[in-house]
Design a binder for this molecule. Structure first.
Ligand SMILES: Nc1nc(=O)c2c([nH]1)NC[C@@H]1CN(c3ccc(C(=O)N[C@@H](CCC(=O)O)C(=O)O)cc3)CN21
Ligand SMILES: O=c1ccn([C@H]2C[C@H](O)[C@@H](COP(=O)(O)O)O2)c(=O)[nH]1
Length: 336
């Protein structure tokens, strides 16, 4: 997908060197945005393989979002991608679906005079005093599709100050134009190599699922990433990027044919100090493999087929990826 390759190029050419809490340094860019037309096929990247075990992780993560679970006990049976942020009982101190499906409502004595709040018998209030934002969006799309208030918010300001990992993709808005359903995601922090490909696929899938349930065609996925970053390594390896950023930026800026990204990668490999890998043996420095990805031509997009059942009945087998043809898989280490 062209938008993703442009994102990599934009981050590299606009980069600031930013060490951060993980100990794996980044090259970071502020406020990246793109739009993806979902009518042109499903935007699962084709410049690296995201089928097989990666597709398995992606779909189970998506079903976990929909579930509203505050823990990852079911998800852990299928993939380990969230394990590092959970405790021994599979609990997380922030979970997307928990806020999508069960956003906390203020208790009676925190409701001030003059304010309007739904009471517990309201159709989108759950019996435990929480609010189902996703159901609100689905019902409103059916009843009042031109609403401009179709917002789902996974950010709880107080929880975010103490959580180990407050939500990265923290709010999305559905918006209808004609017979098409669009979805816009705002993400505060985006790991370009690992998180973003999953996030694009998950929210595109969400758009398909909601569109099918509410009778719309899919439209556009819009994505804003506030801190879009590329992990570039620990210690001397990370620091090398800080010291040589101008040279890297000018080499990437000078690229005018895809295969030239490989020349930048070859220069880098000769110059850069040896780097570390994560416990699974995957490199913390994502730059070389992202340059390789930029040299690959995007292939035709696959399509997606979703069983026509209510959202709460969706299972792994309800979602079928068709005609997916990709380049070889690439390894990227996870910065914890
Ligand atoms: N640094 C970092 N990047 C992320 O993308 C990220 C986090 N942390 N923390 C929370 C979640 C977990 N997410 C993850 C974590 C790991 C993979 C990952 O390793 N993906 C591999 C496939 C691994 C597998 O399926 O087992 C990949 O090649 O895409 C992807 C998303 C996204 N998030
Ligand atoms: O869905 C996700 C979840 C996480 N990420 C990335 C973005 C960052 O690299 C880390 C989170 O670290 P913070 O210090 O909290 O920003 O995880 C992602 O890209 N997508």
């Amino acid at each position: 997908m062209r938008q993703y390759l442009d994102l990599i190029d934009n981050v590299l050419t606009d980069a600031t060197y930013k060490p951060n809490r993980t100990g794996v340094d980044t090259l970071s860019s502020f406020s990246q945005h793109y739009r993806i037309d979902l009518q042109q096929g499903f935007p699962l990247l084709t410049t690296k393989d995201l089928s097989g075990f990666r597709w398995n992780s992606l779909i189970h993560e998506f079903l976990w979002y929909l579930s509203g679970d505050e823990h990852i006990r079911s998800l852990q049976k299928e993939t380990s991608i969230w394990d590092a942020w959970a405790d021994d009982d599979g609990r997380l101190d922030t979970a997307y679906g928990r806020f999508w499906r069960r956003y906390p409502l203020p208790k009676d004595d925190h409701r001030f005079e003059g304010e309007t709040w739904p009471d517990e018998s309201h159709r989108w209030c759950n019996s435990d005093g929480t609010f189902d934002q996703l159901q609100y969006v689905i019902d409103t799309l059916k009843e009042n599709p031109h609403s401009r208030r179709l917002v789902v918010n996974a950010w709880h300001p107080a929880n975010a100050t103490v959580s180990t990992l407050p939500p990265c993709h923290y709010t999305f808005v559905c918006n209808v134009q004609g017979d098409r359903l669009n979805c816009h995601l705002t993400q505060r922090s985006g790991d370009t190599a690992l998180g973003i490909p999953f996030n694009i696929a998950a929210y595109s899938l969400l758009t398909h699922v909601i569109a099918q349930e509410t009778g719309f065609e899919v439209g556009t996925f819009g994505h804003t990433i506030v801190d879009a970053h590329i992990y570039c390594g620990t210690g001397a390896r990370g620091q090398w990027y800080g010291d040589n950023l101008e040279e890297l930026r000018s080499r990437v800026t000078a690229v005018d044919a895809p295969e030239e990204y490989v020349e930048v990668r070859d220069w880098l490999r000769e110059e850069v100090p040896a780097g570390e890998t994560d416990p699974r043996g995957k490199p913390y420095d994502h730059v070389p493999n992202l340059l390789l990805q930029c040299s690959r031509a995007p292939r035709d997009r696959p399509t997606i087929e979703i069983e026509d059942v209510p959202l709460s009945d969706l299972t792994f087998d309800s979602i079928q990826l068709r005609s997916y043809d990709s380049a070889a898989g690439l390894d990227f280490g996870v910065a914890e």
